[in-house]
Ligand binder design. Sequence first.
Ligand SMILES: [Zn+2]
Ligand SMILES: [Zn+2]
Length: 368
Amino acid sequence: MEITVAITKKKGGEFVLEKAELDDPRSNEVLVKVVATGMCHTDMAVRDQQMPTPLPVVLGHEGAGIVEAVGEDVTKVKPGDRVVMSFGSCGHCPNCQKGFPAYCYYILPLNFGGSRPDGSHTLHQNGKALSSCFFSQSSFGTYALATERNVVKVPQDVPLEILGPLGCGIQTGAGAVMNNLNPAAGSSIAVFGTGAVGLSAIMAAKVVGCTTIIAVDINQERLEFSKELGATHTINSKNQDLGKSLAQIMENGVEYAFDTTGNIQVIVSALESLASKGVCGIVGVTPPDKFVQLDPNLLVGKGLTLRGITEGDSIPDLFIPRLIALYQQGKFPFDKLIKVYPFDQINQAVEDSEKGVTVKPVIKIGYQ
Ligand SMILES: [Zn+2]
Ligand SMILES: [Zn+2]
C-alpha cells in the first residue's frame, strides 16, 4: 500500500516527507495505522550514522497506533486493538527465554539491520528498497509494519497519542530503576542527566519510595522541573562542586547512581558518588572512541557495581501496562515530558529536542 513516510536520506540530514510503498503483513507481522510516534536520541544517532543502519532510512521507534491487519499466525492482537510498538527481539534465544529480550542475541539485526531478518525490505520507493524495520517498526510513517513480538496491547481509555515513548525512552529510564536497580523504599539515588530518560528514572524512584532523589544536570530549568516529578534535591554541576554538594546531602554517598548522559566524565562522577556497596547503572550512548578509565581498587575496596542497562531490562508486554496503570493513578505523570508536533513539523521537533527546549517530542501522524 502507498503510505507517507519521513525519510532520512543523508548523514545528519533533515527528514523529508515522501510517499513510499509498504508491504502486506507476513505471517508474524502486524500492520499498524500510526497515530503518533515519539522521537528518541537513537533516531538521531542513526541519522548521524553512529549506528550501523544504512541510509536512506525510515526511522521512528516509539510508535503508537491501531492494528489495521495481522498476519495469519498472529494471535496476540486483532484489527482495532490499540498498541504501542517497542523494540524487536527474537523470542527464542537464551536471553529472550530468560525474560531479558533487550539482550536478545539478535538485537542488532532486528532493530538496526534495516531489513527483515531474511534481508527483505518492508518499504520501497520507485522500486528501490528503503532501510526499514527500524526497531522492527519504522514508525515515522502513516502506517508501520511491526511484528507480533514487539506490539504491546494497551487499554482503550488512555490517549494513544502520548503512549509511544513508553516503548523506548520512558521504559529505559523507569525500567532501569524499577526492574534493574530496584532500590528499596527509603533508599537514595542520584540521577545524572534530566532528559526524558533521567526524568522517567526520577518519577520511577519516587514510585518505588526512594526518599533521597538527587537530580544532577547543568540545565537549571530542567532541574527545577525535576522537582515537580519527584527530585528531592538538585545539583547544577556547572556552578556547584558536585562532590561537595553530594556530601552535603548524603555524607557517605548514595546507594544508587544512574547515568543517562553517556558522557565519560559524568559516568566517573556517578561512580564516585556511590556509598560502599553502591550500584551505578548506565544507559547513555557513548561515542565509539571514548573509554572510561577507572581505578579497579575503587570497585573492589568499596564493593561497587557498574551495570549497563538496555531498555530498562523490561519485558514490554508486562512493563508498559504497569507504567500506564501508574500514569492513570497519577503516580507516573510522563505526559508532562511530552510536546506534540504535527507530522510536517518533524524537523522542528528535532531542533527543539536538540536545543533542549522540548524534553520528549511526539510526532502526531494520524487520527484515532
Ligand atoms: Zn532473542
Ligand atoms: Zn529510543
